[in-house]
Design a protein around this ligand. Sequence first.
Ligand SMILES: CC(C)(COP(=O)(O)OP(=O)(O)OC[C@H]1O[C@@H](n2cnc3c(N)ncnc32)[C@H](O)[C@@H]1OP(=O)(O)O)[C@@H](O)C(=O)NCCC(=O)NCCS
Length: 278
Amino acid sequence: MQELASRIWTRESRHHPGQLAWSYAYAMPEELGHGPVALVERGGEVVAWAWAESDDWLELCVDPADAGAGQEAVSWFCGRAADTVSRTMALATEEHVLATLDRAGFVVEEDVPWFTHHYLDLGLAPVIDVPGYHLRHVEPDEAAARAACHRLAWSATSKVSTGAYERLMSTPPYRHDLDWVAVAADAEMVASVCVWLDDRTGVALVEPVGCAPEHRGRGLAGAVSAAALRAARDLGASTGLVCPRGDDGYPVPMRVYRGIGFEPGPRTLTLVRPAVET
Ligand SMILES: CC(C)(COP(=O)(O)OP(=O)(O)OC[C@H]1O[C@@H](n2cnc3c(N)ncnc32)[C@H](O)[C@@H]1OP(=O)(O)O)[C@@H](O)C(=O)NCCC(=O)NCCS
């Protein structure tokens, strides 16, 4: 799945290998309840996949050179989700994916949140110093503290336990030297960002970012993100990618990323397919 996402990646495509790693491993399998994946192969190469991330949610990736493979993948998903209202997401620029979904009966859903992909030329990633805090990458034995830092930002309902974070750390393309934190004077980790570098494309994805409530509004999210992206640049990355909410319902993350130089690209569309009466 990651290989296909990487091979066909452009600024007009939705999936990045790091996003797949995060979605796959940010919690323990029993908490995530992920469904199976169908791979469509031609000559030993994966040209499309459909992932029933849950029974009613499809993730779809299709090589634009083989739209027929996309149809096979979607048919597999619709076959198992026939009696359920199901949804999926695509980037507005993925015309071959949208055409395949249209043929399978998916329609664009209006008035729901969307995400706007943002890009940054990493040569322009700023250096931001926040007095009173130290920025550094985590070490491989810091899963417990790193997971606790994530939970501080994302509330007690977060599924990111120590065990889950250890699992994430062992999921490629995770690298501890691209997993950065801001540390307060008392050595507590209070803001964090994980950056995922796809060596093939040189695209470094930011996912996720968080800051503990009592340390917000001081520029820490932007500073730690910029530091991790500069580390990715030093490892050969050329482009930063982040996908915050683009609608008005949750505007702060987009401000953080634009504040460090990210510029907006295409937005996502949510598509829905009604249950089929049997
Ligand atoms: C989003 C989040 C990471 C921001 O952290 P932060 O350290 O407070 O962000 P910064 O201090 O770098 O703020 C950057 C910008 O957001 C603005 N901002 C921060 N908090 C804000 C708030 N509550 N309301 C409005 N604007 C806010 C800042 O003013 C700044 O904008 P400016 O540069 O135009 O003044 C933090 O609120 C958080 O952890 N939220 C929960 C997790 C989350 O949503 N993560 C992002 C999605 S992956």
